[in-house]
Design a protein around this ligand. Structure first.
Ligand code: NAD
Length: 484
C-alpha cells in the first residue's frame, strides 16, 4: 500500500530551543521524515533559534547527527539528508535580551505560513511572545506551538494561558500532547466513529470497565528535579491518560473538526467525579534488579512523590454511570507498554452453561510497542469433545494489516507538526481543556499533600505496588498483564 502524501503549503518554521534535547530526538528527525516523504514543498524552511554559540554549519551538523541517530537506516539516504539540511538556518537568539532578533526578523518571509515552536522551558514563553511581537515577527496569522508541561496546577496553567492570550488568539495556539499524534490514538476515533459495530455497545450497559495503562521501564534519572516536583499524576495522568480517557468516553462529535472534537473532550473532563482517596494507589520504586531507587535517582531521601499511580475514575454522565475507568502509569515497571482495554459485559444468558471456558470480549488498543488493535472473541474450540469455548483474538497489527506502509508508522511529532502547518488544531489541546484537567487534578494532589501521604514502595521491574492489584480485586476484576 502506498501512502498518500499531500504536500503542505510553503512555510517558515522557527524552532526556539532548536539545539535542545526535544529538537534533537523528535522535531528534527520528524521533519526530515516528512521531507523525505515529499510532504514539504521546496520553499519550506526550518530556522533553529537558540542561545547555543554555533553557526549555521554547526547546526546542520547537529541536525545530520540527529537524523542519523533517530531515523532508522532504511528510512534515510544521503541525498535527501543533504537536501533537507539545505533547508535549515540557524540564528543565535537570546530570549531575555535583544541579541539575534533583527537577524531572525530579516529571515522570516511574510508570504508563507509562519509557525513558532516554543521548545524551551515554559518560564520563557512570556518573554518569547513579547519579543516576537516587539520585533514584528508574529502577527495574527502565525501559529505557536507549546510543549508540555502546560503549568503544574490550575493557577500556573491559567497564568500561561493568559500570557499567550496577550499576544495570540486561541486559534493560533497549538498545545502539544504527543499522545494525540499517535496513529493508534487517531485510529481509536476511526474505530469508534467510522464503524457501526462498536458505538451501540459503547456505554455502561455493555461495557464492564475500561483499563488505561501507560507503563515505562525507565526511571526518572536525568529529569529528577522536574519529576520530583511533578510526580506521575501531574506528569502523565493530567495530560496523556486524561486525553486517552476523553477519546474513549466522549460523545460522537458532529464533525471531525477542532472545536467539535474538543468540545466533546471537555465535557468528559467536566463530568469526572472527584476521586476518593480509597480509589488512589501511589507507589515509588525501590532499588533492585540493578537499578537505583527513586530516592537515589532524584537525590531526595524524603521524597513523597509518586513514580506510580493507579486510580479508579468515574465519568458521571448517562453513558458511563456504573462503568469504572481504571488508570495506571508508572516508571521502572516490568515492560514498556501503553494500551487501552475496553472489557465488555457477559452475555445476559449463557446457553452453554457454566464453566465452558467463557471469557469477556475485550477490545485492546495498543499504543506502544506493536501498535494495533485486538478484539477477543469467543469461538468453539475446534474438534470433538462437545461445545467447549475458546477465546481467540481478532488481531489487527498495523504493521501486518497495512503492509510495508504499516511498518513505517509516522512518529506522533511528524503528524502534529504537519497539522500545525496545515492549520488544523483537532489534535491539540485547547486552553479550557487543560484548565479543566488541572481543576480535576489539583484537589486530588492537595488531599494527599495535606496528609503527607507516603507512596507504597514497589520493586523495579514489577507491575507496581500490591495495593494497585487490590484496587481491582476488591471490585472482582484484575489488571491485564503488563507485557511488551
Ligand atoms: P533543553 O534544555 O535540552 O534545550 C533548551 C533549548 O532552549 C536549547 O536549545 C537552548 O539553547 C534554548 N534556550 C534556553 N534558554 C534560552 C534563552 N534565554 N534564549 C534562547 N534560547 C534559549 O530542553 P528540551 O528537553 O529540548 O525541552 C524543551 C521544551 O520541551 C521544554 O518545555 C520541555 O519541558 C519540553 N519537553 C521536552 C521533552 C523531551 O523529551 N526533551 C518532552 C516533552 C516536553
Amino acid at each position: 500500500m502506498v501512502a498518500r502524501v499531500i504536500p503542505v503549503d510553503p512555510f517558515d518554521l522557527v524552532i526556539f530551543g532548536g539545539t535542545g534535547d526535544l529538537a534533537r530526538r523528535k522535531i528534527v528527525p520528524g521533519l526530515y521524515r516528512r521531507f523525505r516523504d515529499g510532504q514539504m514543498p521546496p520553499e519550506a524552511r526550518i530556522i533553529a533559534a537558540a542561545r547555543s554559540e554555533i553557526d549555521r554549519g554547526a547546526f546542520r551538523q547537529f541536525a545530520a547527527e540527529a537524523v542519523e541517530e533517530f531515523v532508522p537506516q532504511d528510512r534515510r539516504d544521503a541525498r535527501s539528508i543533504s537536501d533537507f539540511l539545505d533547508r535549515l538556518e540557524y540564528v543565535k537568539v537570546d530570549i531575555h535580551g535583544s541579541e539575534g532578533w533583527p537577524e531572525l526578523a530579516a529571515l522570516i518571509r511574510p508570504d508563507v505560513v509562519r509557525a513558532f515552536y516554543f521548545s524551551v522551558a515554559p518560564g520563557l514563553f512570556g518573554d518569547l511572545a513579547r519579543r516576537l511581537h516587539a520585533h514584528d515577527i508574529a502577527d495574527g496569522d502565525c501559529r505557536v506551538v507549546v510543549e508540555k508541561p502546560f503549568g503544574n496546577d490550575l493557577a500556573t496553567a491559567r497564568a500561561l494561558n493568559a500570557t499567550l492570550a496577550e499576544h495570540f488568539s486561541e486559534g493560533q495556539v497549538y498545545r502539544i500532547d504527543h499522545y494525540l499524534g499517535k496513529e493508534t490514538v487517531q485510529n481509536l476515533m476511526a474505530v469508534r466513529f467510522a464503524n457501526i459495530l462498536f458505538e451501540p455497545l459503547w456505554n455502561a450497559q455493555y461495557v464492564d470497565h475500561v483499563q488505561i495503562t501507560v507503563a515505562e521501564t525507565v526511571g526518572v534519572a536525568g529529569r529528577g528535579a522536574y519529576y520530583d516536583e511533578a510526580g506521575a499524576m501531574r506528569d502523565m495522568v493530567q495530560n496523556h491518560l486524561m486525553q486517552l480517557l476523553c477519546l474513549i468516553a466522549m460523545e460522537p462529535p458532529f464533525r471531525f473538526e477542532p472545536d467539535a472534537v474538543r468540545d466533546e473532550k471537555l465535557k468528559v473532563i467536566r463530568a469526572l467525579d472527584p476521586v476518593e482517596p480509597r480509589d488512589i494507589v501511589r507507589g515509588q520504586y525501590r532499588a533492585g534488579n540493578g537499578c537505583a531507587s527513586y530516592a537515589e535517582d532524584v537525590g531526595n531521601d524524603d521524597s513523597l512523590t509518586e513514580s506510580f499511580i493507579a486510580l479508579r475514575v468515574h465519568v458521571a454522565n448517562w453513558r458511563w454511570k456504573g462503568t469504572p475507568f481504571y488508570l495506571r502509569t508508572g516508571k521502572r515497571l516490568r515492560a514498556r507498554a501503553s494500551e487501552i482495554a475496553v472489557t465488555f459485559r457477559e452475555p445476559p444468558h449463557s446457553i452453554f452453561g457454566e464453566g465452558e471456558g467463557w471469557k469477556e470480549n475485550v477490545l485492546v488498543i495498543r499504543l506502544q510497542p506493536n501498535e494495533g488493535m485486538k478484539l477477543r472473541v469467543m469461538i468453539k474450540e475446534p474438534g470433538p469433545g462437545g461445545m467447549r469455548l475458546k477465546d481467540v483474538p481478532l488481531d489487527m497489527s498495523f504493521a501486518e494489516a497495512l503492509g510495508e506502509h504499516g511498518a513505517d508508522i509516522p512518529d506522533a511529532y511528524e503528524r502534529l507538526i504537519m497539522d500545525v502547518i496545515r492549520g488544523n488544531q483537532t489534535l491539540f489541546m485547547r486552553g479550557d481543556e487543560v484548565e479543566a484537567a488541572w481543576a480535576w487534578t489539583d484537589p486530588v494532589v492537595a488531599e494527599w499533600q495535606a496528609r503527607e501521604d507516603r507512596p507504597e514502595p514497589y520493586d523495579a521491574g514489577s507491575s507496581g505496588p500490591e495495593d494497585a492489584l487490590m484496587l481491582m480485586h476488591r471490585d472482582g476484576r484484575r489488571w491485564r498483564e503488563i507485557s511488551p
